[in-house]
Write a protein that binds this ligand. Sequence first.
Ligand code: FAD
Ligand code: UDP
Length: 388
Amino acid sequence: MKIRNLKTDYLIAGAGFAGLVLAERLCAAGFHCIVVDKRSHTGGNSHDTYDAHGVLIHPYGPHYFRTDAPAILEYLSRFTDWLPCTYRVQSWTNGRYWSFPVNLKTFEQIVGHKASEAEFIKWLEQERIAIDTPQNSEEVILSQMGPTLYELFFKGYTRKQWKRDPKDLDVSVCGRIPIRTTYNDAYLKEKFQCLPKNGYHALFANLIESCGDKLQVILNTDYTEVKDTVERKHTFFTGPIDAYYGYCFGALPYRSLRFEQEHYKEEQLLERATISGKQGFWQPELQVNYPNDYEFTRIVELKHITGQNHTGSTIVREYPRDWQMGEDPYYPIPSDESKALYKRYKNLSEKDTDVTFLGRLGTYRYYNMDQVVTQALNTAETVTGKPL
Ligand code: FAD
Ligand code: UDP
């Protein structure tokens, strides 16, 4: 579509959480916004959809909504009801499934007998390496649980995922995985863990509808196609900051993914029941991590949490890979060297009064969805002067 002579208050590039939450708040304050996205759908990487067999999947990797902030949950509750979830994960290594993240059950699997919390704490005290202030992802795990668990669950996975040694990644990367000395095996730490009841796509559709004619969302359109034709006060850009500036300091490092979907019919799942432990499922839990085997890092079977009533099931394998210029980046890489390069782009953007950057790619942060929502709400508050 050729876009000509449009006029609006704000032009926003990117229809993910960052772009659409910002647009909603600006529209609520009385402004008009145009959101453009080069993809054919809203939601950015949190987009969900039904596959050819009618199973709900997350095509850009599993998106487990979680937050510790009641205000974020309340805000999003304007556009969706919630399906409470406990995200459960196991790890597959040395030819067996392990309870993960590390908890008392994992310890029992290691020692081969039932154990007490006190026994596990004592074992951990002997295993842990004393590091006062961990400086990287290797040190954070060694200081929390020592080399045995680090080698078993973290070293291989991290190298596969990031193509970097855990020593060369921020503490925040491996540090976000909890360790517990009880039987609590929930993957995540946050207080609220839930999925939008009718999916992310429906959440975004409701958000857009709530804006009425103040908001125009134009899909299949790159920002570069409209930047000279839309008259506006200001631009907000939620795509990659280095792309916006034509990679003038070089491309920021990103990690990318390839997804492989496989659907299993009811009769094929029959023979998997001995492994999954439940009829109608391929694997025992929502997610299985593969730290040391295969080229993929994890397999996700979303039906475990969506509770979808379907006789078949779809699994998605996730293969990390290098990011190539021109593709959508997935993960900013949290390391000293990438932060230094990002800082050069950030300095440039601070002198640029025409545009504000936000979102996971716009601010080059390994942010979860709730953190992006917080950032978008804060940005809107700065513009409108009105809090939530
Ligand atoms: P995005 O969702 O990336 O949206 C940016 C949008 O901008 C995209 O739609 C893109 O097409 C568009 N765009 C880019 N450049 C242009 C351009 N030039 N013109 C027009 N449009 C453009 N978070 C969680 O909270 N829980 C999870 O479990 C979780 N799992 C994840 C798993 C994976 C594999 C990945 C990659 C991320 C995961 N996240 C998770 C993070 C989550 O995806 C992000 O926090 C969130 O989606 C970021 O929203 P955003 O709007 O900043 O960016
Ligand atoms: N990680 C690991 N082993 C695991 C799970 C995670 O080493 O079994 C490390 C790995 O470096 C990963 C990081 O912890 O990238 C964060 O894991 P998470 O599951 O939160 O990753 P995401 O969902 O963001 O891909």
